[in-house]
Design a protein around this ligand. Structure first.
Ligand code: AMP
Length: 150
């Protein structure tokens, strides 16, 4: 057994970043002989004051959920992560990832770190939030420079 036995990898299903983060996480889990779980959180669409468009919002949410399920299972399949270790949850990523790590009794969370841009300059990145609130170790995988420059 390695230092970490159960690892939770968080992916935002962004085509430019997930491949690299997942590759590193899979190699890390293998090296530590750890079980690797993969999670994606679907952020709710805020529907305040949208009484007339409510049905449409439900349809969009369903579509987002279907696409997220498909993308996560494709990514997981590519790296031989079994279905029972693939997790899709509704809610804000920071909170849900930390809670899920607790529920799973994970001893490491792996996240991507894309550098600061836009809103994250003001409010901090998802990785920052997880580092501050997690009960366990957190490993942030830095995005490759050439991807960041694009
Ligand atoms: P960000 O700070 O939002 O650019 O995201 C950095 C990292 O946080 C990503 O590489 C993922 O590891 C994680 N993350 C962000 N959004 C989500 C999400 N919706 N579901 C799961 N993980 C996420």
């Amino acid at each position: 057994m390695g230092i970490h036995n159960r690892i939770l990898l968080a992916v935002d299903l962004h085509p430019d970043y997930d491949e690299y983060t997942t590759q590193r996480a899979v190699a890390f889990a293998k090296e530590q002989n750890a079980q690797l779980y993969i999670i994606h959180c679907i952020e709710p669409i805020h529907a305040y004051g949208a009484a007339q468009g409510y049905q449409l919002i439900l349809e969009v949410e369903k579509q987002v959920e279907d696409e997220a399920n498909k993308a996560l299972s494709e990514l997981a399949k590519q790296y031989n992560i079994p279905e029972e270790q693939q997790i899709i949850m509704q809610g804000p990523p920071q909170r849900v990832i930390v809670e899920q790590a607790k529920t799973l009794n994970a001893d490491l969370i792996i996240v991507g770190e894309h550098g600061r841009h836009g809103f994250s300059l003001l409010f901090g990145s998802t990785a920052d939030g997880i580092i501050h609130h997690a009960h366990c170790d957190v490993l942030a995988i830095r995005a490759q420079e050439e991807k960041k420059a694009e």
